[in-house]
Design a protein. Sequence first.
Length: 368
Amino acid sequence: MDNKKISVLIIISRTEKCGPNMILLPVVKEMRAQRFDVHMLILFREKADNVLHGFDQVGADIKRADISSNKRVGAIRREIKRCLRQWDPDIVYSSGLSANYHTARVIRDRPLYCTLHNNAYVDLRYGFNRIIAVLGVYMTDYAVRHTEYVICCSQAIREIYQKRFPHKKIFCIQNGTDTTRFQCWDRTAEEKKDSIVFLVSGSLDNRKDPLTIIKAFQRAGIADRVTLIFAGTGELLQQCEELAGESSIIFLGFVDNIEKYYQMADVYVSASYSEGLPNSVLEAASCGCRMILSDIPQHREIFKEQDDCVSFFETGNVEQLSGLFQQNIKCTGYQERKKISRYIDENFSSNVMAKKYCKFMREHSSGV
């Protein structure tokens, strides 16, 4: 069975630079290494900042449907059916809310796989109006009911969907990160530096709760010894800047070389109310950062065996987070960074994750 060449059609909405696509890229690369015939259908018109070239470089056969928003439903399903006729894949895999839903509407005659990257019942409340959130939940539930193999990106997310669908077996393959890109490096010469760097990355939105981080940092009274850096942008950027005022808080906006900032930081901070299995936390830890994290199951899942490098605080609790800022005013030495980085490499590398996806698809497509 391991030597059988499997043809797979992968359906996604876009190749924008986002967490799910950064997870998919090493999976496609590993599929090609294991002699899968990989075809990709990209449904919607691309945004400027995308990783299309990455999928092209690993040898995927790509079709861009370039569907505009005013022709969605009918055009999407016609395009999926057209690709089924053209490539006749053994299995179909989708990733992302829209792709999962529309693919589940069409596929009936072959194994269908999808990945769920978040908790739709919580995450969609942030950044969307109520109508869109309710629609998103309906689309997610439909996809789960009509997809044969539903894979979740963390055990915490799997438990949420398993509870909602008790008669359906839900699977888990944890996210992984590129540990060759996100590496720990020797900063011995810098370990006597005067300023400690705390880093926050990702969207500045209510789900990530950057305002709590700023309030806690200001309450800690450590601005003369510490720099707090935000790498990312979002709907709360202006509020964050106004709250920060003239202080040692720096807003970089979007950065393309985020690994550079992980490597210079001592401590990574996340105040998220909800996550899938956060890529940014895996990346920062892979670069050797200590962690101050909101106490949610997804964060606990990553660091359950590494309590000495991570501190947790109750979501939204400014007082607790302020105390943790004060407790972490120390440079993260190279040996400590190596230990943290090694833990991620051994447990959450994208290479291990990609191999698990390929093994899962081979084992569950034995009848094709």
